[in-house]
Write a protein that binds this ligand. Structure first.
Ligand SMILES: *Cc1c(COP(=O)(O)O)cnc(C)c1O
Length: 434
């Protein structure tokens, strides 16, 4: 399997190269040349996510030096709990994606990427730098996955005041080979800085820069596997292809669901639930695609005004009208997020994070308009990560899971940075000379 650039002006490459580079030399995002086909029955006997992942990812790694380690990689990286919680009898399930070390779904992808990159590294290779712009959760997941891994350094860029206090604490709590920058700007500024760094030949050369953002194909592939695993499990119970609602920001998680469906797995409609950032809902309402600055909302990990994976989505639908496809998008306001967090607590006795609340609200709207099919709702983070939002709404404390509690007990440190590429460039070059 080779990987093409969405821009189409650079050579197709093997997975190993796509993983090392992050971004294609022409500035495009890597996409698989073709998609393998699976039938429900091909995966019906897989008992764990790691097993499903091994089967689903094998064709994607066909020409990769990683193929023979794939079983180890999936065991090491994807052996995380993946509960499927029924909350409307026989009709709705929550797919809890937050049982990894940093309590958000980003752990699956970050751990997979780290397991791959560690195996791709030659023992005498100079230190590689993973640069990651984060709206709150990616940075922590990537830091946790690469923390103290020899041969790697992590540079995190997060937007000041746009992440929760616990997220900020977590981002600065690693130290060692993890360098955390608190940027005066929004997530899109952080993403622009990261992209410029990755397109700067001297930086790339001196720091051996590579990306771990959702633009990396190594993030997308592992995320396909939990939709594959969950959709097959649900199909076994309901004999129906569930519609899937995905809390969406940069479109990485939802795109993985789109790919899982394209592989032939039993997934019905895919519904993108965004916060007040309306880029996607406006587009699916019939407007032209228009990237814009990100608005700050309660679901801050989705404060994205110009989702970078849109380019990949458009590429996969290049022969079709994306707006007349089986993908929908709806936007949810902060006010409704608050109400939904409370409703879900009262109705189902479940504590959810503000991102997951966007998806549950979209489910409630669909029920109201007569969609009675089974639904799978992706729950993207543990509510304790967003305690400032959730606790006042519930009127009680939300207990952090043990891994998160351990990180919160550590000291935390971040360096302030203006959103200026020249300044960041100097800081990065200084890191390289140490
Ligand atoms: C990153 C994140 C999202 C958005 O995921 P994308 O892949 O960027 O669309 C949603 N919820 C949480 C909790 C996140 O951390």
């Amino acid at each position: 399997m080779r990987y093409l650039s969405t821009v189409g002006r650079s050579e197709p490459v093997a997975l190993d190269t796509a993983l090392r580079r992050g971004l294609a030399p022409d500035g495009g995002l890597y996409v698989p040349e073709h998609l393998p086909e699976f039938h429900f029955a091909d995966l019906a006997d897989c008992r764990s996510l790691a097993e499903t992942a091994h089967r689903v990812l094998t064709p994607f790694l066909r020409d990769s030096s990683l193929l023979e380690s794939l079983e180890d990689i999936t065991q090491e990286a994807l052996d995380l709990p993946l509960p499927l919680i029924e909350f409307e009898r026989g009709r709705s399930w929550m797919l809890e994606l937050f049982h990894g070390p940093t309590a958000a779904f980003k752990d699956f992808a970050a751990r997979f990427l780290a397991a791959c990159m560690t195996r791709l590294r030659a023992p005498d290779e100079p230190v590689q730098t993973i640069v990651v712009a984060t709206s709150g959760d990616t940075g922590g997941a990537v830091a946790a996955a690469f923390h103290r891994r020899p041969g790697f350094r992590v540079v995190i860029l997060y937007p000041r005041g746009r992440v929760s206090a616990r997220q900020a604490h977590q981002l600065g709590a690693f130290g060692d080979n993890v360098h955390t920058f608190c940027v005066a700007g929004d997530f899109d500024d952080c993403q622009r800085l990261a992209k410029r760094a990755l397109n700067d030949p001297e930086l790339v050369e001196r720091l051996r820069l590579t990306s771990a953002n959702s633009i990396s194909i190594g993030r997308l592939l592992p995320q396909v596997t939990y939709y594959a695993h969950a959709s097959v499990q649900l199909f076994r119970r309901t004999s129906a292809a569930a519609d899937v609602i995905v809390p969406t920001g940069n479109l990485g998680n939802a795109l993985a669901c789109v790919l899982a469906r394209r592989l032939g797995l039993p997934i019905g409609e895919i519904v993108l639930a965004t916060n007040a950032n309306r880029t996607l809902s406006d587009y699916f309402d019939g407007q032209d695609y228009r990237g814009r600055p990100g608005l700050a909302t309660l679901a801050n990990a989705m404060d994205v005004g110009d989702p970078s994976n849109f380019e990949r989505l458009a590429w996969f639908y290049r022969d079709q009208d994306l707006r007349n496809s089986d993908i929908r998008a709806f936007s949810v306001s902060d006010e409704v997020i608050r109400r939904t967090v409370q409703e879900v607590d009262q109705r189902y006795h479940m504590e959810i994070c503000p991102h997951t609340a966007c998806a549950v609200e979209v489910l409630h709207m669909r029920r109201k308009y007569g969609h009675y099919r089974p639904h799978l709702v992706a729950a993207t983070a543990h509510p304790a990560k967003f305690d400032e939002v959730v606790e006042p709404l519930l009127g009680r404390a939300v207990e952090p899971p043990p891994a998160l509690a351990t990180l919160l007990a550590r000291n935390s440190r971040a360096e302030d940075l203006v959103a200026d590429f020249a300044v960041m460039r100097q800081r990065l070059l200084a890191l390289a000379s140490h």
